[in-house]
Design a protein around this ligand. Structure first.
Ligand SMILES: C[S@@+](CC[C@H](N)C(=O)[O-])C[C@H]1O[C@@H](n2cnc3c(N)ncnc32)[C@H](O)[C@@H]1O
Length: 396
């Protein structure tokens, strides 16, 4: 199976960070959320808010001890020093303004960070950081119920504090978090193939270089392919430089993906015709064999119900009918899942128009798929802002 991910950016390439998993295993919410938020380098205000939850409304002595023992004293030294300094500053201010006593360790560490800050990478203008994203399996997730070791997955990701770096591809965007939650929520969609290949693509070379670092950080095999490059490598995860404007029809057809994934790629009107052409070409490669997705084929409760019975059908009926048609298509032909934040409705509508002209059916499946909340501690991430689109080619 080939899964092509377009506009892969910083977030792609998930593996586990074993040390952090071991520490996090012994801790429960809200303490686990505090540690996870710290590892993910969430904004200080979020950490302070979770710290208060831990202390029943105040940053008590035991919360301060936890912040010191489990978070700060385990942090990755120099790389996270600016982040730790900024968090310490806020947390100390918060405790002092509540009239409580600040632990000596926090004061001492803050003083140390202040005096050693001159050598910080950030001070030198290097904005790369490593955020460790903890995906916490909800207790009602079937995999977490059967397998104790599948309770959490911690993924280190190098990303940039400069949102525009790598043509925006070196930051973590909400759509990529949502897409990750979708993949973890529906493993049956992605994991039952005997031959599993993942191809990560982007049009920006510095984003691809960052992607490669992330694959290595997560111990995933990788091979960098340029337009002249080789694809015969037996490695399972590959990176491909794929600018939508210049991607050749024949090269795209050779890829023959089962599933195409994309996160936050619908935002630039100038790129939309090229993006749609790439998606349409990838989805038009119809395979002779039917694609069977166990557990996600035509569900029993919808078979025989693929037609809206009368013209008075409600909007819910129409949404469900479209979803059923998408499900049906996904059993026999390649489909795309694109997570997207609609920042500009005109741009989004333009995407829909161009897609329709290319015979693509775009279905908003956000409400139809049960997507678990794997990131309950990440208060900076507004999952409700993201929509999940299911796309297939209409051959009729
Ligand atoms: C907003 S970022 C999203 C990155 C990542 N998918 C995520 O969600 O975190 C958009 C990505 O689309 C890529 N991109 C934009 N225009 C492109 C084009 N014309 N061809 C190929 N990739 C492009 C950028 O390089 C960038 O990585």
């Amino acid at each position: 199976m080939v899964k092509a991910e377009i506009g892969a950016g910083a977030g792609a390439g998930a593996g586990a960070d074993a040390d952090a998993v071991a520490v996090a295993d012994a801790i429960h919410p809200p303490w686990l959320h505090l540690l996870s938020a710290f590892l993910a380098m969430e904004p200080s205000d979020s950490l302070i808010s979770i710290s208060r939850d831990c202390g029943g409304g105040a940053i008590t002595e035991s919360v301060q001890n936890f912040i010191w023992d489990q978070c700060i004293s385990r942090a990755d030294g120099k790389a996270s020093a600016p982040y730790v300094r900024s968090f310490l500053k806020k947390v100390i201010l918060e405790i002092e303004s509540a009239g409580a006593v600040v632990a000596d360790e926090l004061y001492e560490q803050f003083a140390f960070n202040m005096t050693s800050s001159k050598g910080d990478d950030l001070a030198k203008g290097d904005s790369r950081i490593i955020r460790k994203i903890s995906f916490l399996y909800p207790s009602d997730h079937v995999e977490a119920q059967v397998c104790q070791s599948l309770r959490k997955l911690i993924v280190p990701l190098q990303c940039s504090l400069n949102m525009l770096e790598g043509d925006t591809g070196c930051s973590i965007w909400p759509s990529s978090l949502f897409l990750s939650e979708f993949i973890l929520s529906c493993p049956e969609l992605f994991s039952m193939k005997s031959c599993f290949e993942v191809l990560l693509t982007d049009g920006d070379l510095s984003t691809l270089a960052n992607l490669k670092v992330n694959l290595e950080l997560n111990c995933m095999s990788t091979r960098f392919c340029s337009s002249e490059g080789i694809l015969e490598d037996p490695n399972k995860v590959k990176c491909l430089h794929l600018p939508w404007e210049s991607a050749l029809e024949s090269d795209l057809r050779d890829l023959m993906p089962d599933i195409v994934l994309g996160a936050d790629v619908i935002y630039d009107p100038e790129c939309i015709p090229h993006l749609v052409r790439v998606i349409a070409t990838l989805l038009t490669t119809k395979k002779s064999t039917s694609i069977r997705r166990d557990g996600f084929g035509v569900p029993n409760d919808i078979s025989g119900n693929t037609q809206v019975k009368n013209s008075n059908a409600s909007s819910t009926d129409i949404v469900n009918k479209r979803y059923e048609e998408f499900l049906l298509a996904s059993t026999t032909q390649p489909v795309a899942y694109i997570a997207s934040v609609v920042r500009n409705i005109d741009t989004f509508n333009y995407f829909l128009k161009v897609a329709l002209e290319a015979n693509l059916r775009v279905v908003d499946i956000t409400q139809n798929v049960k997507i678990f909340d794997f990131l309950p501690y990440m208060r900076s991430y507004q999952r409700s802002s993201v929509r999940l689109l299911g796309i297939y080619h209409s051959f009729h």
